[in-house]
Design a protein around this ligand. Sequence first.
Ligand code: AKG
Ligand code: FE2
Length: 347
Amino acid sequence: MIPTLENLEELHESNDILGDTPALQSRLEEDGYRFFRRLQDVEMLRELRRQMLTTMQEGGWIKQGTDPVDGIAEPGVQCTEGDVEYTDVYHQVYRNQLFHESAHSEVMLKTVTDITGRPMTPQPQKVARLWFPNYTAHTTPIHQDYVHFQGTYENLTCWAPVGDCPIELGGLAVLRGSHKVGKVLEHHFSLGAGSLMIEAEDYEAMGLQWQTTNYEIGDTLIFPALTIHMALPNVTEDRLRVSLDNRYQAIEDPIAEHMTEPHLASMSPFGWDDTYADWDSDEFQYYWKDLGLEIIPKDWSFSNKGFEEACELARNGNEEAAHHLARQIKRAPDTEQAEIARKILAQ
Ligand SMILES: O=C(O)CCC(=O)C(=O)O
Ligand SMILES: [Fe+2]
């Protein structure tokens, strides 16, 4: 069942076992996630929120004349991952030093290390989600992170709102215990962020429960790469949702090549030199190069399959798929996929 507000349960909180590796591991084994209230430094996150939203206001996303920390979207402006307009402002936000540094905080490193019992590092590719209100067809659909981030099933995603995130602002929901499926389920084309989703019929038989919460700033949800999750729609009238989802891995595990590049670098040229241009410290610049991570190629099969499905659907008149293809043509007009998409849309 796709979660509705009536059938969402409250996340189990694990603050009582912080620092206790065996207890953290056994709860992770049982639930497929760990949730901690006020784990991260609230003052730091408030400052990060101010900085990120100020950049978004300069980019035209936040209503002029309002305090950026209120996160009030400029009326009439809406875009999402995959749109060139999104990448333009997103990459301005991506240059923020504190945004990257926040993933290296002592408490985050200690927590993920306590969970796995292995030396861990944040992956180079940090991720922010900047989600417009009432743009719900583009909400992150039901998925497992492995299809996007790859590497190993043990990688941990750490999701945290930058600001309070009540349910109506569209935080993350997880399907409790779903990691026990033990493999990557079939993913299909979706218009939502990431463009790949799992059909309800493929997990329903497990009889599991969706869980979420009214997140507050500092709260952090941590889960491995097979846990099924989704974002809830942002149904607020005018507020942007801002959140972080950074990934951590054991230093001895391999990393997929694309995770060593800035997020959405494939959508518009943007490198680490651009990211670091205004930083006043080089402590966390190119830090992973000294760790000797084993870099493995990206597996394109998941996204290629999604693209083929979008083509098939668009041929049959599906409007969401047509929208997806049009977006792809606009973003990268000279690629082979854009050529295929143009032919389909011309029919
Ligand atoms: O924040 C979102 O909308 C998606 C986040 C997500 O899927 C993740 O953190 O893995
Ligand atoms: Fe995800």
